[in-house]
Write a protein that binds this ligand. Structure first.
Ligand code: SF4
Ligand code: SF4
Length: 457
């Protein structure tokens, strides 16, 4: 994938002019922004029209035009839907840096985005902010503040942040896991684990489950203790300089613990795993992201070649025979174990950057089918974005909330007992909107379910 720099021509040479879009509109039904805004300008076809007009000098990129690109979630569903092979992902990636020109956003928009970019990718900063909020998040006070409408006084963007705030678990504030977690039994593989900037604080049980699951399957886990964000959040917003800095930091953090005399020992890793699907898509492009600096590009390429989603990796190498023997039926909400007569129905939510960005859809489902008496049911609009999309649900809260309601209703309406999501952003978004459905169901990460099944919980 080509990552165009802000000081380069608007798009990769001739990319729009030679783009094979035939304006058929096949992409429109899968487009999340078109779904909620209903305007051609907020569809992939409309945006490609605008790009061509800009390229020909017939349209200038002003604040109004920019807002139609900002309304795009970057979910890449249109890439999967397009019969002509239009690389909208490359077009929007090349466009994003231009949208960050100061004159295209209001002072409030610029300040809010700057706050997000200085806070969310840095777990130490986020943890410091969240520490006092432990007295509020998940308590009756939070419920009352929401119910009374007090949180509306924060304004739409800050209110959206508050709405995503889950009950904060004590382990999010405890020291991180050891650098090296040995495999149980005979070692089959040795992997690194990217712990995710938001995931480790907002849903730390996922990383704990991922570590236990890997270890129980004979996989040694290496965790770089100093790792920050992988850069996915800023990459999706065209903040390329910060993305490169974050990517280099992440690479360096793993390089600092692997090698002779280092904490994790000298042996190389078989893979670097990600338990938050959105991050994997960016990490697999580290060679392109760092392409301008030859030395870093080589290191980025080696790292990117090792990156795999944890579900992708476990599907590839298979669960160990010993672990498979331990798998037992999960329990229904009433406590009774799932059975052939009454299976536990799971609906798998495809994170966009997993399904459309990495082409991974069947592997997670096949992995879940290893659990006895599980039946996978499908949502009607499985490939449509939930509205989370990185920081989209914070900067475009109205559109995101509408998409969140649609997604939660779709998952709940599938008749499933449990929804499964492997991306922290999606999980928080779906949980938030599930309460508004007529039949709320819990949301869990696949690694939690596999581990629960093996432990008989
Ligand atoms: S992007 Fe593809 S699907 Fe959409 S209008 Fe163009 S050719 Fe058709
Ligand atoms: S990336 Fe998603 S929101 Fe953006 S144009 Fe494509 S389908 Fe629509």
């Amino acid at each position: 994938m080509t990552v165009t720099q802000p000081d380069h021509p608007f798009l990769t040479a001739g990319a729009v002019a030679t783009d094979p879009c035939i304006h058929c509109g096949f992409c429109l039904p899968s487009c999340a922004s078109y779904r909620v805004l209903g305007s051609e300008m907020d569809s992939p076809r409309g945006r490609i029209h605008m790009l061509k007009a800009i390229d020909r000098g017939e349209l200038s990129l002003d604040a109004t035009v920019a807002s139609h690109f900002d309304s795009c979630l970057g979910c890449l569903a249109c890439v999967s839907a397009c019969p002509s092979g239009v690389r909208y992902d490359e077009l929007i990636a090349a466009t994003r840096p231009r949208l960050n020109a100061p004159e295209l956003r209001t002072p409030w928009q610029r300040s809010f985005r700057a706050l997000l970019f200085q806070l969310l990718p840095y777990p130490a900063r986020l943890r410091a902010l969240l520490q006092p909020l432990r007295l509020y998040a998940g308590t009756p006070l939070q419920a009352w503040a929401r119910r009374s409408g007090l949180t509306r006084l924060l304004g739409p963007q800050l209110e959206a942040m508050e709405r995503l705030l889950p009950a904060l678990q004590p382990e999010a504030f405890q020291p991180s896991a050891p650098v090296l977690i040995p495999a149980q039994g005979q070692r089959r593989h040795r992997v690194g684990l990217v712990t995710g900037c938001v995931q480790r604080l907002f849903d730390p049980a996922v990383n704990r489950a991922a570590i236990e699951l890997l270890s129980a399957n004979g996989i040694e886990v290496v965790i770089a203790p100093e790792q920050n964000c992988c850069g996915a959040m800023t990459h999706h917003q065209g903040e390329l300089e910060q993305t490169r800095a974050l990517a280099k930091d992440l690479l360096s953090s793993f390089e600092a613990v692997i090698g002779p005399g280092r904490a994790a020992g000298p042996e190389p890793l078989d893979a670097v795993l990600v338990a938050a699907s959105g991050c994997g898509h960016t990490l697999k492009q580290l060679d392109a992201i760092l392409a301008e600096e030859p030395e870093w590009a080589v290191r980025g390429s080696a790292f990117a070649g090792q990156v795999a989603d944890i579900q992708e990796f476990l599907h590839r190498v298979g669960l160990s025979p010993g672990f498979m023997d331990r798998l037992q039926p999960l329990r229904h909400n009433d406590g009774s174990p799932a059975s052939a007569d009454r299976p536990l129905r799971l609906v798998y939510h495809d994170a966009c950057h997993m399904l459309h960005g990495q082409g991974l859809g069947q592997q997670p489902r096949q992995l879940l089918r290893q659990i006895p008496h599980v039946r996978i049911v499908e949502a009607v609009e499985a490939g449509v974005c939930c509205g989370s999309a990185g920081i989209y649900n914070l900067v475009q809260p109205d559109e995101a909330a509408e998409l969140g309601r649609i997604k939660a209703a779709d998952l709940s309406g599938s008749g499933a007992d449990l929804a499964v999501s492997a991306n922290i952003g999606c999980t928080l978004q779906i949980r938030q909107h599930m309460d508004g459905t007529t039949r709320p169901i819990p949301v869990a990460h696949p690694v939690e379910l596999l581990l629960r099944s093996a432990s008989g919980a």
